[in-house]
Design a protein around this ligand. Structure first.
Ligand code: AMP
Length: 407
């Protein structure tokens, strides 16, 4: 079975084609800067002799439909294409950012599903419209493939009310669906499952804290395989300090900025989403640069890293209290997988919780799953590379291929 995973943004389409039987990525790439003067198309695949092939093309791509058509041309190109015919693709798995309370699981798309994703646009005004464009175009470009929606929010739909409800008038929840939703669900779910495989233990018996530290960052408290709390909220602005997002601040801060500085709501939104986080404190949002500047003696970079790690450590403590017993703590995504300094800061002084990071294992480079706690640490600390696209492909396959009773 061949599954195409699509992640449509406002000016981009990321794609990855999987052969599910061979457990192989057949091709991947991106159309970006769609609608701008010059757009960029990337196509990657591995040639039969094992050599990687990468084509990068500058082009004018006026809209998403043209972008998708160009991607298909790459995929079925007689010389370097990954497939002969678009009908070889059985299903297209779409990353959809916000499923609201409507979607608790991955869902095969029909008209009712499209309508429900549309209804959730107020909760994700930038993302859901782009995701809908991707669904609409993929439906016409791959008329014989099933379309499947995989929601960033779905994994966290198991949060109990005490964890998802804000202490504001209840009607805001009842009428406007204002509540904590949480995001990065595919990543938290993927690494939790990989952790269970690694531990040789059913996920349903494990308690975990998963820490996704990429450009966006979030944590989840997972009890017996189910998410019971998470740091992001109704939007991805809440919780941890991120590259350019503030994470948690006093909810009264916007009133102060408006009253004393005359800032508009739009300005405040941009300040908290695009000018804050690491960038706000030390001027750069790329963790590699922040660490380099700290090593070169920059005080602002040092305090930015301290604040970043302190927030994570505070939530680790909170989630120990939530879960009662923690078996595994997982670090994942760009920073979680590659920044031992950050992992060390986050775990420092947590021996009292039975969480003991081994400095030597923590700094040892490697691919795949790595155990970075001391052998006798009560809580295992793991580094697990995330793979959101693979998880979307796996969920898509499961959705279109229900196990038949007795099969
Ligand atoms: P992601 O969103 O998962 O792609 O992660 C992006 C973040 O990972 C950026 O802040 C990068 O600076 C960071 N990152 C990637 N590689 C490294 C590395 N070797 N050391 C520290 N941070 C890294």
């Amino acid at each position: 079975m061949k599954i195409l995973v699509i992640n449509t943004g406002s000016s981009s389409i990321k794609y990855e084609l999987f052969d599910m039987e061979q457990h192989q990525v057949m091709a991947s790439g991106m159309a970006e800067k769609i609608g701008e003067d010059t757009s960029l198309l990337t196509y990657r695949k591995t040639l039969p002799d094992g050599e990687p092939l990468e084509k990068v093309e500058e082009a004018v791509i006026l809209d998403h439909r043209k972008g998708m058509n160009r991607i298909v041309e790459f995929l079925i190109d007689p010389e370097h294409g990954a497939i002969r015919d678009r009908d070889e693709i059985s299903a297209v798995g779409h990353r959809v950012v916000h499923g609201g309370e409507t979607f608790r699981t991955t869902t095969v798309i029909d008209e009712a599903v499209i309508a429900a994703i549309r209804e959730n646009i107020p909760l994700a005004p930038l993302h859901n419209p782009a995701n809908l464009i991707g669904i609409e175009i993929a439906g016409s470009v791959f008329p014989n493939a099933l379309q499947v929606a995989v929601f960033d929010t779905a994994f966290h739909q198991t949060l109990p009310m005490k964890a998802f409800l804000y202490a504001i008038p209840f009607e805001m929840y009842e009428k406007e669906k204002v509540r904590r939703y949480g995001f990065h669900g595919t990543s938290h779910a993927y690494v939790a499952e990989r952790a269970a495989d690694y531990m040789g233990c059913p996920l349903a018996e494990l308690n975990l804290i998963t820490i996704h530290l990429g450009n966006g960052a979030s944590m989840a408290a997972i009890r017996k395989g189910k998410s019971v709390d998470t740091t992001m909220g109704m939007t991805p602005l809440a919780g941890l300090v991120m590259g350019t997002r503030s994470g948690d601040v006093d909810p009264a801060l916007p009133f102060f900025l408006a009253d004393h500085l005359g800032m508009s709501l739009k300005d405040i939104e941009a300040l908290l989403n695009k000018e804050s986080g690491l960038k706000g404190i030390c001027g750069t949002n790329d963790m590699r640069d922040v660490i380099k500047e700290m090593e070169a003696g920059d005080d602002r970079a040092k305090i930015a890293l301290d604040i970043y790690a302190y927030r994570i450590k505070k939530y680790i403590g909170a989630y120990f209290a939530v879960l009662g017993r923690v078996d595994v703590v997982v670090f994942t995504a760009g920073i979680g997988e590659n920044a031992p300094y950050i992992r060390k800061l986050c775990c420092r002084g947590l021996g009292g919780f039975g969480m003991e990071i081994d400095p030597e294992r923590n700094t040892k480079a490697g691919n795949g799953i790595r155990e970075i706690s001391f052998l006798n640490s009560k809580v295992k600390i793991l580094v697990i590379p995330t793979n959101e696209e693979l998880r979307i492909a796996q969920e898509t396959k499961a959705a279109v291929e229900p196990p038949f009773p007795g099969a």
